[in-house]
Ligand binder design. Structure first.
Ligand code: ADP
Ligand code: MG
Length: 567
C-alpha cells in the first residue's frame, strides 16, 4: 500500500475559481466592495482602540468605470496593506484576513460589522478580469505596494508611489465580460448588492441645486418678473444609504420612518404596508430586520420572495426559503443575520440549529406583534383582518406554535360584520348551537349572496353565521375540529343544520302531509340524491317552503381536492 498527498497546485485552482467559485459572476463586485468596507471598518476599529494613530475622517469607497481603458477601479480609504501583508493575505488563497482580524480583536470587534470570512472573495475578481492590480498603502509608515497578476500563478509585487492611505483594485476586464464596463450595469449591481452597505459608495458625480444659493427675482419695466436660474454644483453621487432603518433602534424610529424605508426598499410599490415588525436580537444569534405586512388578497398565488436577506448590510438573496417559515414568505422587508450559513444547500439549511432558532424567533415575533395590535386597537385590527387573514390562517395551518398563539387574535367574522375570537364565538353560541349529543355546530357561509336564503333562515332561528371565504378555510376548519373539543363546522346550506336543537320547534309547516309527500317525490326525481338532500321542514322564512342541502362532508371533499388536500 502506498500513501501520499494529492498535489493541488495553483495552476489547477485558477480555472476552477473562474468557473465555479460562484455561479453568478456578477458577485465579484459585491466581494470587492465588501473587502473595501472591511478595510475601512478595520481602520475604524484600530483607531477607536488606539492601535492606529491616524485620522479616520469620513472615508468613502469609490467605483470608477474606464470604458476606454477597459478597466474597473474600486478604491477605498481603509487600512491598506504593506507588501508583507499582500504576500500573506492575497497570495495565500483561502486564508481569510477578516477571520484573522476577528480572532485577534475578538470581543471588541464582534460588532464591528466585518464581512469576509472565507478568504476567497478577492479571487472572484478573476471571474471577470484577465488581469488584476492592487495598489495599496498601509496606514503604517510602510511604503506602498503594487501587486499584479494576470490569472496565472505568477504575480509581481513591486513598490508603488501611492501616497494616500488605502487600496485601489484595478480590474482589466476580460473580453467575455465587457458588460461590466457599462455604467448602467455597474450602477444596477451597486443598487442590488450594496444599497445599504455601511460605508458611503461614490459612483460618479451629480449636479444638484446649490443649497447656499437663492435665485434672485427681478422685475422689468413692464412689471414682468423673471427669476434667474438656480446655481448648480457638482457633488459626489453616493449610491447607498449607509444607515438603513433596520440597523437603528426601534425607539429611534417613527411610523413615518418605517414607511419611508418601505418605499426605499420597494420604489415601485405604491401601496403602503399595513404594519411592520422590527426584529432585533443579540442572543443566542444575531438578527436584525424589519418585516412588513402588505395588503393581501384572497389569491393564493401571492408574489412571494419579497423578503431580502442581508449579512452585515450586504445583500445576499431574496430567496429566504428555509430561513423564514413558509407562511411568512408572503411578507416583505429585510432580514440581516451574520449567523445564517449561506455556503450550504437549502435542505441542509432547514436542519441547521441556528436557522431553526431564527425561524422560530421570527414566528414568535410576528405572533406577538399581531397580538399586541389586536389588544391595543381591536377596531383597527378588525378593519385589517381581510388583508392579513390569509397569512394568519396559513400560519395556523403550518406552524403549531403559531396556531397556539393565534388563538388569541385569529378572528371569525360573521355575515353581519361582527368579529369574534374563537373564545368569544364559543361563548356566544354554546347555549344555542349544539346537536343532541352536545356537539357544537359552527355555522358559516362562504358566499353571502348565493347563500342568502339559508343565511336568513339560520339567523331567523337565532344562529350566528360566520362568513368564511378564504381559499384555505376548509383546511383550517378541519384543523380546528381536530383541536377543539366536540365541535363541527357546517355550511348554512349543509345537511347537519337540521340536527341543531332548535329553540323554536313549535313552528308549523305550511304544507300538509299530503302536499309534502307529493312535493318530495317530485323533487327527488329531479335532484340527484347522492349530491343533495331534500328537506321539507318547518321553516321560519315565509319565502322558503323547503330547502335543498348538500351533505357537508361531500362538499368539503370536493373543496379539499381543489386546494390540494391534506391540511
Ligand atoms: P476575506 O474577505 O474572506 O478575508 P478575501 O479573499 O475577500 O477574503 O480577502 C483576503 C484578504 O485580503 C482580506 O482578508 C484582507 O486582509 C485582504 N484585503 C482584500 N482586499 C483588501 C482591501 N481593499 N484593503 C485591505 N485589505 C484587503
Ligand atoms: Mg472578502
Amino acid at each position: 500500500m502506498t500513501k501520499g498527498n494529492i498535489n493541488v497546485s495553483v495552476e489547477n485552482i485558477f480555472p476552477l475559481i473562474k468557473k465555479f467559485l460562484y455561479s453568478d459572476h456578477e458577485i465579484f463586485l459585491r466581494e470587492l466592495i465588501s473587502n473595501a468596507t472591511d478595510a475601512t471598518l478595520k481602520l475604524k476599529h484600530l483607531t477607536s482602540v488606539g492601535d492606529a494613530k491616524v485620522e479616520y475622517g469620513t472615508p468613502l469607497i469609490e467605483v470608477k468605470v474606464d470604458k476606454k481603458g477597459k478597466k474597473l477601479h474600486i478604491i477605498d480609504q481603509g487600512l491598506g496593506m504593506t507588501a508583507e501583508e499582500v504576500e500573506k493575505y492575497i497570495n495565500q488563497i483561502a486564508f481569510s484576513g477578516a477571520e484573522e482580524f476577528l480572532d485577534k480583536y475578538k470581543d471588541s470587534a464582534k460588532d464591528s460589522g466585518i464581512i469576509g470570512h472565507f478568504g476567497l472573495g478577492f479571487y472572484s475578481a478573476f471571474m471577470v478580469a484577465k488581469k488584476v492590480e492592487i495598489i495599496t498603502k498601509s496606514y503604517t509608515d510602510a511604503p506602498a505596494a503594487h501587486w499584479t497578476c494576470d490569472g496565472s500563478p505568477e504575480f509581481s509585487l513591486t513598490k508603488s508611489k501611492k501616497t494616500e492611505r488605502g487600496t485601489e483594485i484595478i480590474l482589466h476586464i476580460a473580453d467575455d465580460s465587457t458588460e461590466f464596463l457599462e455604467e448602467a450595469r455597474i450602477r444596477a449591481l451597486l443598487l442590488k448588492y450594496n444599497k445599504f452597505m455601511p460605508i458611503p459608495i461614490k459612483f460618479g458625480t451629480k449636479e444638484i441645486n446649490d443649497p447656499d444659493f437663492t435665485p434672485k427675482t427681478t422685475k422689468d419695466k413692464d412689471g414682468k418678473e423673471t427669476t434667474e436660474p438656480h446655481k448648480k454644483i457638482t457633488v459626489d453621487n453616493i449610491i447607498n444609504n449607509p444607515n438603513p432603518a433596520w440597523t437603528k433602534q426601534p425607539a429611534d424610529l417613527k411610523d413615518e420612518d418605517y414607511k419611508d424605508f418601505y418605499r426605499e426598499l420597494y420604489p415601485m410599490q405604491f401601496e403602503e404596508p399595513l404594519f411592520n415588525i422590527h426584529l432585533n436580537v443579540d442572543y443566542p444569534f444575531h438578527l436584525t430586520g424589519i418585516l412588513y405586512f402588505p395588503k393581501m388578497t384572497n389569491d393564493l398565488n401571492i408574489q412571494k420572495d419579497k423578503i431580502q436577506l442581508y449579512q452585515n448590510q450586504v445583500y445576499v438573496t431574496d430567496n429566504v426559503e428555509g430561513i423564514v417559515p413558509e407562511f411568512l414568505t408572503m411578507l416583505r422587508g429585510v432580514i440581516d443575520s451574520p449567523d445564517i450559513p449561506l455556503n450550504v444547500s437549502r435542505s441542509y439549511l432547514q436542519a441547521d440549529g441556528a436557522v431553526k432558532k431564527i425561524s422560530s424567533y421570527i414566528t414568535r415575533k410576528v405572533a406577538d406583534k399581531l397580538k399586541s395590535l389586536f389588544n391595543n386597537n381591536r377596531e383597527d385590527f378588525e378593519a385589517k383582518w381581510n388583508d392579513i387573514k390569509i397569512v394568519i390562517e396559513y400560519g395556523m395551518l403550518s406552524e403549531e406554535k403559531f396556531f397556539e398563539k393565534a388563538d388569541a387574535f385569529a378572528l371569525y367574522p360573521t355575515v353581519d360584520n361582527k368579529y369574534y375570537t374563537y373564545e368569544e364565538l364559543f361563548n356566544k353560541i354554546k347555549a344555542n348551537q349544539t346537536d343532541k349529543d352536545g356537539k357544537l355546530i359552527i355555522l358559516y357561509a362562504s358566499n353571502k349572496d348565493a347563500q342568502h336564503s339559508y343565511i336568513d333562515a339560520a339567523k331567523a332561528k337565532g344562529y350566528e353565521v360566520l362568513l368564511l371565504d378564504s381559499p384555505i378555510i376548509s383546511h383550517l376548519m378541519q384543523k380546528l375540529e381536530s383541536t377543539k373539543e366536540n365541535i363541527t363546522f357546517s355550511r348554512v346550506d349543509a345537511d347537519n343544520i337540521d340536527k341543531l336543537i332548535s329553540k323554536d320547534d313549535t313552528k308549523i309547516s305550511k304544507l300538509t302531509d299530503e302536499q309534502k309527500t307529493e312535493l318530495e317525490t317530485v323533487l327527488k326525481e329531479v335532484i340527484p340524491s347522492e349530491k343533495f338532500m331534500v328537506q321539507l321542514e318547518p321553516m321560519d322564512s315565509d319565502a322558503t317552503p323547503f330547502m335543498i342541502t348538500q351533505p357537508e362532508f361531500m362538499r368539503r371533499m370536493k373543496e379539499m381536492q381543489a386546494t390540494g388536500g391534506g391540511g
